[in-house]
Ligand binder design. Structure first.
Ligand SMILES: [Zn+2]
Length: 389
């Protein structure tokens, strides 16, 4: 039987390889997937890719242990957020240890968890009565676009798993729920003219102002309607406008105005449904602008819609608490994950992974060595538990 410290060392060596692949979401993750697939093959584990529609990226799915029902899905995303413009002390794509911390893009979010799961594969191959399913996705950070197809394959082709553990950084605590994350874009198109002659053109900015005001109003409404008993921080569904980009100069009627906004919905609320009135307003503006000039208009687009994960007090949370010994109060987080997608597919789901979300997406992102050790302990207990039945 391998010791915790040997398993930790093995995971750190694997993490070094994973961090070395620049898997920023805008690029391909296939070099990493190739490496992981080869690593699994060496361990005698078959895996299958579920490719993105254009083939430039892929999910990787592998079952370790017997092909029977009641397995545990270990879910992790392989992509990372950009390092552009961030002041890093060391190369973000070289895992670097300083003061008990392993620095590198994705070290916490969430290649550390993937490394631990891969390091434990030899353990999972010995005498498990129920399998572990490794489910590694692409494009999580830009809207959880990769996971749904893989989750559909899991639901359709695998002996029914009992539950899913999403290894987002939670300092190894069980997290039972999260808000959704829906990203929207509105583009208003106008017609340029000299600003002294507004009657000769259409200012996209002036037209967009009403929409911006409506969103600001809706944001306040949502805050006022927040359930005082909400377990989330902050309470209630939130809406923020992240970017407004419109016009060229003071004396030119704006040809284009783009508004990017997000809705972070609590479980039980649907972001798109909350925008019914707003979408009607966009449609109305579109009709009015087109009446003035057929080339003008307003378009509403859904860029991403990641569902919330509802606290369920279910099998997954109980299972993880059994592994970690965590008996603290139920926890929720405001950030979104693939957890809601697993839950919507009918799987009991919990978030539990090493590292802190506070270090995710930051310059000098790191995972503490002790978190890797705790992660190794979790994998050892998981193997023991699945060996027992
Ligand atoms: Zn993440």
């Amino acid at each position: 039987m391998i010791t915790t410290s040997a398993l930790t060392d093995r995971a750190i060596a694997i993490l070094g390889h994973l961090v070395g692949f620049d898997t920023t979401s805008r690029g391909s993750n296939l070099a990493l997937i190739d490496w992981v697939q080869a690593h699994l093959t060496e361990q005698g584990v078959e895996s299958r890719r579920i490719a993105s529609p254009d083939g430039g990226k892929a999910n990787l799915l592998a079952t370790v242990g017997p092909a029977v029902e009641g397995g545990i899905v270990l879910s992790g995303h392989t992509d990372v957020v950009p390092v552009d413009g961030q002041p890093w002390t060391s190369d973000p794509f070289v895992l670097t240890e300083r003061d008990g911390r392993l620095h590198g893009r994705g070290a916490a979010d969430m290649k550390g968890f993937i490394a631990l799961a891969l390091a434990a594969v030899p353990l999972f191959r010995e005498g498990l009565k129920r399998p572990v399913h490794l489910a590694f996705s692409y494009d999580e950070e830009v809207g959880c676009f990769g996971a749904p197809e893989m989750i559909a394959v899991i639901a359709r082709d695998l002996p029914r798993p009992a539950l899913a553990i999403v290894g987002e950084p939670s300092l190894m605590k069980a997290v039972a729920g999260h808000k959704g994350a829906a990203f929207f874009r509105v583009v208003v198109s106008g017609r340029e003219a000299h600003s002294s002659q507004p009657h000769l053109g259409v200012s996209a900015n002036m037209a967009a102002a009403g929409l911006i005001t409506a969103l600001a109003g809706l944001s306040l409404d949502l805050a006022a309607r927040a359930d005082p008993a909400s377990p989330f921080e902050p309470r209630g569904t939130t809406l923020t406008i992240g970017r407004i980009d419109g016009g060229t100069a003071t004396n030119i009627l704006a040809r284009r105005c783009e508004i990017l906004f997000d809705v972070r919905a609590e479980p039980g609320q649907d972001a798109l449904a909350l925008l019914t009135d707003f979408r009607a307003r966009v449609a109305d503006l579109d009709a009015r602008l087109k009446a003035r000039d057929p080339d003008c208009g307003a378009v509403f687009e859904v860029q991403a819609d990641v569902p919330p994960m509802a606290p369920e007090d279910g099998a997954a949370e109980a299972f993880v608490r059994g592994l970690t010994g965590d008996n603290g109060a139920a926890r929720t987080v405001a950030f979104a994950s693939e957890g809601g997608q697993f839950q919507n597919a009918g799987f009991s789901t919990v978030i539990c992974g090493p590292g802190s979300i506070d270090q995710a997406h930051q310059p000098d992102e790191y995972i503490a060595l002790d978190q890797m050790r705790q992660g190794a302990t979790l994998m050892l207990r998981l193997a023991e538990t699945l060996r027992a039945g």
